[in-house]
Ligand binder design. Structure first.
Ligand SMILES: Nc1nc2c(ncn2[C@@H]2O[C@H](COP(=O)(O)OP(=O)(O)OP(=O)(O)O)[C@@H](O)[C@H]2O)c(=O)[nH]1
Ligand SMILES: [Mg+2]
Length: 616
C-alpha cells in the first residue's frame, strides 16, 4: 500500500528508471513521459466511447474524417483561433513600449574604527570610506530588436561598506541594460499614488510604534550617521567646557548635503529625453540612474582638536527615475497596406527576409525588417508591419500603434491589392469583414440626421460599382491607408511615397483596375498637394523641410510579389527615392551641426570676455 502511494507521487521519468519491468512496450521510446502520453492516447483512440463522440478526434493538429484520414479542408486547431486570439493581443512576444523604474545603487557606509595594537593605547582612527553605488546605464545595441528583455525595475547594486584598517569599500557594479537602436527614452513623473501610499505607510508605522522623542531623533540620526557604540550617551552627558565636535561635523555634512541637493536639482530640472537613433554608435552608453556617493569613514572628521572622531556617515541614496521606452524601428522604407495586401510577400520577394505569409488577416503581428541588397553593395532597409484597417485609429483590428515603426522611415511604400473587388476580398472571417454597410456613423450623427442616415445606408447596401463607374476598390483601400496615417500623425502622408499595385498577375481584373486606379490616384495626389500648399502658405510656421509635401509625383508600379515580377523596377525606383532623401537628410544634419558649432563658439567667446572682465 505504502509502495503504491509512493509510486503515484513519483515523476514518470523516475518510475521508468525504478520499475522498467512494469512499463508497456512503448517504454523503449527515448522519453518516458512521451511514452506515457502516447499510451494513454492510443487507449483513448481505441475506446468505443471516443469513436461514438460527435466531434472527430484531432491528431497532429488536424481533424480526422470518418475514415480516420486527416481532414485538410478543416482549419488546424491552432490556426482556427488565430484572428480572435491575436486581436486580444495574446501571444505577442514583441514589446515596443514599456515603463521602467531605474534606481542607482546606494553608497556604502563609512566605518568607525580605531587602530589597535599592543602597547598602543589610543590608536588613530582608521575606518574606511564606503564605495559609491552602481549606476544604471543604457547601452545602444544593434543586436537587440525588442524591448521584451527590459525589466520593470532596474536597481543597481549598492556600494560596499568601508571596514577597519582603512579598507575602503569598492564601488557597486554598474547595471548595463542593452536597448535597441531606435529607442526613445523619456523621463516621466513618478506615479503620485505610490508616493502617497509610501508616506501613509510610514506614518502608520511610526504611530503604531509610538516612538518617544529621543527614540525618533536617534532613528533620524541613524539615517545619516554611523555612531560609535554609546556615543549618543556621552554626548548628552558632556562635561562642562568640553566642545561637542559632533555638532561641528554635522554642520559640515549638512553644508555638503545642501550642495549635492542643489546640484541634483539643477541636473534634473529638465526631464531626461534620449533618442537612440541611426546616428548613434553601437555600444554608446547613457547613464540614466546615478549611484549615490559612499559615506565617509571616521578619519575624514579628524582635526587637530578632535583626535578621535567616533562617527562616520552613511552612503547617499542613488538617483531614482521613471522612464518610458518607445521603440521606433529605423528603416529606410516602411510598407503600409491593408491585411492580405501582400506586404510580407513583397518583402520576401525583394529582400533576404522570410516573414510569415498566409491568406488570412494579421499574419504579421510584429514589425519585420528586411534588407534589399543591390549589386553594388548598396542596401535599403524595408520594414514590414501588421495590416491597417479602416478604424484602426479607434483601436479596431490591431489598432494603429504599430505605425510608430514606419514613423521614422524616409519613404512610405503603400502596398495595394490591385485585384481587389468590392465585396469579394472583404468576406474573410474575423476582422477583415468590414463593408460600407456595417460602417455605422457615430451615435451623435445618427440622432442629428436620421433621415439622411437611412438613405445613406440604402445606398451603401448596393454595389457601388453599379452606381458609380469610377468606383475603384484599390483606390478606396489606398484612401483608407492615407486616412489612418493622418489620424495617427497629421502630416505623415506628406512623406515621399510610392505605390505598389500588387497581385497584378490576377489578369481577370488587375489590368482594368490598374488603369482606373492610376487616374484616380494622380488626381487625388494633385488635389492633396494643392491643398497642402495652401495650408502651408496660410500658416507661415512651416519651415521644416520634412513638414513640406513631398515634391515628386507619386509613382505606381504594378508588381506580382508572389511570382516575383517587376521586382527590379520597383527596387530601383525605391533606391532612387531613398537616395534622394538621404542626401537631403545629410545636408540637414550638416546644417544643424554647423549651427550648433557657431552657437558654441559664440558662447565660448562670451565666457572668455566675462573672465577677462572679472580678472581685470
Ligand atoms: N496572386 C497573388 N497572390 C499574392 C501576391 N502577393 C501575395 N499574395 C497572396 O496574398 C496572401 C497574403 O499575403 P501576405 O504577404 O501574408 O499579406 P500581408 O499584407 O503581409 O498580410 P498581413 O500580414 O496579414 O497584414 C497570401 O496568400 C499570398 O500568397 C501576388 O502578387 N499575387
Ligand atoms: Mg504580413
Amino acid at each position: 500500500m505504502h509502495k503504491a502511494m509512493t509510486m503515484r507521487l513519483l515523476h514518470p521519468a523516475s518510475i521508468c528508471r525504478a520499475y522498467p519491468h512494469r512499463l508497456p512496450q512503448s517504454h523503449l521510446l527515448p522519453r518516458c513521459f512521451n511514452s506515457f502520453s502516447l499510451v494513454s492516447r492510443a487507449q483513448h483512440d481505441r475506446s468505443p466511447d471516443t469513436a461514438s463522440d460527435e466531434t472527430p478526434p484531432v491528431v497532429d493538429g488536424w481533424q480526422r474524417t470518418v475514415d480516420g484520414l486527416p481532414d485538410y479542408t478543416a482549419e488546424p486547431r491552432g490556426r482556427a483561433k488565430g484572428v480572435e486570439w491575436k486581436l486580444r493581443a495574446k501571444g505577442r512576444n514583441f514589446v515596443d513600449f514599456c515603463r521602467i523604474k531605474v534606481s542607482g545603487g546606494q553608497g556604502g557606509d563609512g566605518c568607525v574604527s580605531f587602530h589597535r595594537e599592543k602597547f598602543v593605547a589610543f590608536g588613530q582612527p582608521n575606518g574606511g570610506n564606503g564605495g559609491r553605488g552602481g549606476n544604471v546605464i543604457f547601452e545602444a545595441s544593434l543586436n537587440e530588436t525588442s524591448l521584451q528583455h527590459i525589466p520593470h525595475t532596474a536597481a543597481a547594486p549598492r556600494g560596499v561598506h568601508g571596514k577597519g584598517s582603512l579598507m575602503h569599500g569598492h564601488a557597486g557594479k554598474d547595471l548595463i541594460i542593452k536597448v535597441p537602436m531606435g529607442t526613445i527614452i523619456r523621463e516621466v513623473p513618478s506615479p503620485e499614488k505610490e508616493r502617497e501610499a509610501d508616506d501613509e505607510d510610514d506614518e502608520i508605522f511610526h504611530k503604531s510604534l509610538e516612538l518617544g522623542e529621543t527614540e525618533a531623533k536617534d532613528k533620524e540620526m541613524s539615517k545619516r550617521w554611523v555612531l560609535y557604540p554609546r556615543l549618543a550617551n556621552s554626548l548628552t552627558a558632556l562635561p562642562e567646557g568640553k566642545v561637542n565636535y559632533f555638532e561641528e561635523a554635522q554642520a559640515w555634512v549638512a553644508e555638503e548635503d545642501r550642495i549635492v541637493e542643489a546640484r541634483r536639482a539643477a541636473m534634473s530640472k529638465k526631464p531626461l529625453v534620449l533618442d537612440i537613433n541611426e546616428y548613434t554608435d553601437d555600444g554608446s552608453k547613457f547613464m540614466v540612474g546615478r549611484g549615490g556617493g559612499g559615506g565617509y569613514g571616521n578619519p575624514h572628521f579628524l582635526t587637530t582638536q578632535n583626535r578621535a572622531p567616533k562617527y562616520a556617515t552613511r552612503g547617499r541614496e542613488g538617483q531614482t527615475r521613471w522612464l518610458t521606452l518607445e521603440l521606433k524601428t529605423i528603416a529606410d522604407a516602411g510598407l503600409v497596406g491593408l491585411p492580405n495586401a501582400g506586404k510580407s510577400t513583397f518583402l520576401q520577394a525583394v529582400s533576404n527576409a522570410h516573414p510569415a505569409i498566409a491568406p488570412y488577416p494579421f499574419t504579421t503581428l510584429n514589425p519585420y525588417i528586411g534588407t534589399v541588397d543591390y549589386p553594388d553593395s548598396y542596401q535599403v532597409k524595408v520594414a514590414d508591419i501588421p495590416g491597417l484597417i479602416r478604424g484602426a485609429h479607434k483601436n479596431i483590428g490591431l489598432g494603429h500603434s504599430f505605425l510608430r515603426h514606419v514613423e521614422r522611415s524616409k519613404v512610405l511604400v503603400y502596398v495595394v491589392d490591385i485585384a481587389a473587388e468590392f465585396g469579394v476580398k472583404r468576406q474573410v472571417k474575423g476582422v477583415d469583414d468590414w463593408t460600407p454597410e456595417n460602417d455605422q456613423p457615430d451615435a451623435e450623427m445618427v440622432s442629428s440626421d436620421e433621415h439622411g442616415e437611412e438613405s445613406e445606408q440604402q445606398q451603401a447596401r448596393t454595389d457601388p460599382t453599379e452606381i458609380n463607374e469610377q468606383y475603384s476598390q484599390p483606390f478606396e483601400d489606398w484612401k483608407t491607408l492615407l486616412d489612418e496615417l493622418e489620424a495617427y500623425q497629421p502630416g505623415l502622408t506628406r512623406r515621399p511615397s510610392m505605390i505598389i499595385a500588387n497581385k497584378a498577375d490576377v489578369t481577370e481584373v488587375a489590368p482594368k483596375n490598374l488603369q482606373l486606379f492610376q487616374k484616380l490616384v494622380h488626381d487625388e495626389w494633385a488635389k492633396r498637394r494643392v491643398s497642402a500648399a495652401a495650408v502651408d502658405a496660410a500658416s507661415a510656421t512651416v519651415t521644416d523641410d520634412d513638414a513640406k509635401f513631398s515634391d515628386h509625383a507619386i509613382k505606381i508600379i504594378p508588381v506580382s510579389a508572389k511570382y516575383k515580377k517587376n521586382i527590379i523596377k520597383v527596387t530601383s525606383v525605391l533606391r532612387e527615392i531613398v537616395e534622394q532623401e538621404k542626401i537631403k537628410e545629410l545636408a540637414a544634419v550638416k546644417r544643424k551641426e554647423l549651427r550648433e558649432k557657431h552657437e558654441a563658439e559664440d558662447s565660448g567667446a562670451f565666457k572668455a570676455t566675462r573672465r577677462n572682465i572679472m580678472t581685470n
